[in-house]
Design a protein. Structure first.
Length: 112
C-alpha cells in the first residue's frame, strides 16, 4: 500500500498525550472517590461504636468499687509465678509455643 508523504497513521503524539491525561485524570478522580467513601465508612463505624458504648454505659447499673484483683493480694512469690505464667501464655498466643510445650513449661513452673 502506497501512502503519500505527510499523512500519518493513528493519533500521533498529541493524541497519545491527550489520552494519557484523560486516563490519569479519571484514575485520580476514582481514587479520590474511593478514599472519600472509605473515610465516610470508617467515620460511621466509629460513631456507631461510640453510640453503642454510650448506650451500654447508660443501661448498666452503677457499680460499686471493684475489689482489687486476686494477683494483687497474692504474696510476692506468687506474683513472680503469675508473671511467669502470663509470659508463657503470651508466648503461646504469639505462636512461639505450641500446646504441648506450653503444658510442659506450665507443669515445670507449678512443680507438677
Amino acid at each position: 500500500m502506497f501512502m503519500r508523504p505527510g499523512l500519518r497513521r493513528g493519533p500521533g503524539l498529541l493524541g497519545a498525550v491527550a489520552r494519557t491525561a484523560v486516563v490519569a485524570g479519571t484514575a485520580t478522580a476514582v481514587s479520590r472517590g474511593v478514599n472519600r467513601s472509605m473515610e465516610n465508612r470508617s467515620q460511621q463505624r466509629a460513631e456507631a461504636a461510640a453510640y453503642e458504648q454510650q448506650a451500654a454505659q447508660q443501661q448498666a447499673p452503677p457499680q460499686q468499687a471493684a475489689p482489687p484483683p486476686a494477683a494483687a493480694q497474692a504474696p510476692a512469690g506468687q506474683d513472680d509465678l503469675m508473671a511467669q505464667l502470663q509470659r508463657l501464655a503470651d508466648m503461646r498466643q504469639q505462636g512461639l509455643l505450641d500446646d504441648q510445650e506450653f503444658a510442659a513449661a506450665k507443669a515445670k513452673l507449678l512443680g507438677s
